[in-house]
Ligand binder design. Structure first.
Ligand code: PLP
Length: 447
């Protein structure tokens, strides 16, 4: 019997023993195509020789030095690389060990920024419903997914939530996409005015919503309007690209496709591609300078921040992506995946929406396509899809609660950037079989 408290106590997990390219292998020798990169993590697939070599070399040189005493060459090189590869306005890096830590740091950095500037009154964080920003208490408080928050609500700091930009569910029939984007963006201004413009710290959003809604991209110009509103009231814009960033959507940062630059962006997952735990906050000069000319330090820190092994993994992953032009492949294969999904599911009774960018794609499952009604949440259709897909040697990332934290189901696909056209076809075939199998078994159980 296991002594680990696994995510689900009653799940019977296969034992992973190896991985190569886009596949993982279990102890029985069964292979699984990793079409979700775990949870949008493994952007280079598994066992990449260049990353392994970089990790061995770093281990032989230096495994760890506390950042209170030293910096390391590899951490400096990684920060240089991330800033150089980012658009103007992204000038500094704060390295941590994962996505929740990155979001936690971003929230505290935003608050301290205003304290440094003498604007102590600023204390409110505004985020969006149906979002996920991590599981630590600050990040969880910013998140807007009701079922993830519910039992911890008494412990959470006060935060405020506006509507997401989720056109499939939210756009009114008479509205253009542009009008819809304006309407939901304007909710931010209303909320800022309600809370008091000089009391708001930041607006927090996933550029493309990941786990809680299934690769939901914003409509055109939504983030331009958001940026405008933040600027009007001196509110910081914090984008959470933990899942959708680092090339997943075809550009290094997803926000590059929206024509804006945030004050801070949180990254993780694809930064180190799963080879080591690592995350970061990237941010603008104005924030750095407020700290530099004020107290001279950020009142934060973790034992493993800037870890040399993690930095070496991230640097090697980012090198390999550049060297092998894998963002070009992500764009090309992302378009192919989108096309194949549309061909396969265009008239599928239970697929209501196919969406996403690059190699970040979501399918929203519905009971009835004509009125977009969801399956009964008690059926846990998303869990059945995962089970059926694993039985067919396919890893996808399905989730329930797509609409409001309780109702709705979706499937998230986030395959490695090294994927080829034949593998895209195999993924779509296996997914189609898994979905049909899941619907059939769930419907049969409900009778
Ligand atoms: N933010 C987003 C958008 C995420 O998808 C996640 C994880 O799924 C997190 C934050 C938290 O990251 P981590 O699980 O590395 O703490």
């Amino acid at each position: 019997m296991t002594k680990n408290l696994h995510r689900s106590i009653h799940a019977d997990l296969p034992v992973a023993v190896g991985g190569r390219g886009i596949e993982l292998f279990d102890a029985d020798g069964k292979a699984y195509i990793d079409a979700s990169g775990g949870a949008a993590v493994s952007c280079l697939g598994h066992g990449h020789p260049e990353v392994l070599a970089a990790l061995h070399a770093q281990l032989d040189k230096l495994a760890y030095a506390h950042t209170g005493f030293f910096t390391t060459e590899v951490a400096e090189r990684l920060a240089d690389r991330l800033v150089t590869a980012s658009p103007d306005g992204i000038d500094y890096v704060y390295l941590v060990s994962g996505g929740s830590e990155a979001m936690e740091a971003a929230l505290k950095m935003a608050r301290q920024y205003f304290v440094e500037k003498g604007e102590d009154r600023r204390r409110h964080v505004i985020a969006r419903r149906q979002s996920y920003h991590g599981n630590t208490l600050g990040a969880l408080a910013a998140g807007g997914n009701q079922s993830r928050r519910a039992q911890f609500r008494p412990l959470l700091i006060e935060t405020h939530h506006i509507a997401p930009c989720y056109a499939y569910r939210g756009r009114l029939p008479a509205e253009s996409e542009h009008q819809y984007g304006e309407r939901v963006a304007n909710e931010l201004e209303t909320k800022i005015l309600e809370l008091g413009p000089d009391e708001v710290i930041a607006f927090v959003a996933e550029t493309v919503v990941g786990a809680t809604a299934g690769a939901v991209p914003p409509v055109d110009d939504y983030f331009k309007k958001i940026r405008e509103i933040c600027d009007r009231y001196g509110v910081l814009l914090i984008l959470d690209e933990v899942m959708c960033g680092m090339g997943r959507t075809g550009t290094l940062h997803a926000f590059e496709q929206d024509g804006i630059v945030p004050d801070m962006v949180a990254i993780a997952k694809g930064l180190g591609g799963g080879y080591q735990p690592i995350g970061a906050v990237l941010f603008g000069r104005h924030i750095y300078e407020a700290f530099a000319s004020g107290s001279g330090f950020f009142q934060h820190g973790h034992t493993y921040m800037g870890h040399p092994m993690a930095a070496a993994a991230a640097l090697a992953v980012q090198d390999a992506i550049r060297e092998h032009r894998l963002l070009d492949n992500a764009v090309k294969m992302g378009e192919l995946l989108n096309r194949r999904l549309r061909e396969r599911f265009y008239d599928h009774h239970h697929i209501g929406d196919i969406r996403g960018r690059g190699l970040f794609r979501g399918l929203e499952i519905v009971a009835e396509r004509s009125d977009k009604s969801p399956f009964d949440p008690a059926l846990k259709l998303h869990a059945a899809v995962k089970r059926e897909a694993m039985a067919r040697g396919l890893m996808v990332y399905p989730m329930g609660g797509t609409m409001d934290g309780v109702r709705g189901d979706h499937i998230l696909l986030a395959p490695p950037f090294i994927i080829n056209a034949g593998q895209v076809d195999t993924i779509v075939e296996r997914l189609s079989d898994a979905l049909d199998g899941a619907v059939a078994s769930s419907v049969a159980r409900s009778r």
